[in-house]
Design a protein around this ligand. Sequence first.
Ligand SMILES: O=C([C@H](O)CO)[C@H](O)[C@H](O)COP(=O)(O)O
Length: 207
Amino acid sequence: MKLQVAMDVLTIDEALALAEKVAEHVDIIELGTPLVKNEGLAAVTAIKQAHPDKVVFADLKTMDAGELEAELAFAAGADLVSVLGGADDSTIAGAVKAARAHNKGVVVDLIGVADKVTRAQEARALGAKYVEFHAGLDEQAKPGYDLSVLLTAGEKARVPFSVAGGVNAATIASVQRAGADVAVAGGAIYGAADPAKAAYELKSAII
Ligand SMILES: O=C([C@H](O)CO)[C@H](O)[C@H](O)COP(=O)(O)O
């Protein structure tokens, strides 16, 4: 299982500083949606230039104009882009078309999708490299939030998948047991007193 750091910081300088600290411990560096909205695709270019050996994930959460948005991000240096599972099939297919033209990939993010298992299988059939079983920051903040719901759905879908939703040192082993291909950790890394140590510990917990 790979480890992805989700950089939910707001500036290119903060992102470069964080990536510098954690890159050696992670496989995939994600530019969080707030960062891309705040700084634009220049943030993607800056991170890819600083870390050309890492897979760079632009968390665009595209909902429309799939081919155009994906094309822009791949041209800026992204290796992976996210499209929302709630988008029309044609939006996912458009992003996949752009990905194939660049030999890159599309991750379909199932945040907010009610039937995640069915949509995961549909997204995969549309050409997604993998799907993300994801509970966003707002959903995580609700009382009774439970990561295991995502893990159960991921196991059931039988497609390549990542898991994002407050993954931390206490839960990453369960993410791997569920069969995830990628564990995504944001707050557990960028919110730690020592992000490098946190990333190292998460990576070390992966067998
Ligand atoms: O995608 C995310 C969220 O929608 C804000 O952009 C997060 O990066 C993702 O949830 C992972 O972060 P944590 O939940 O803090 O691990």
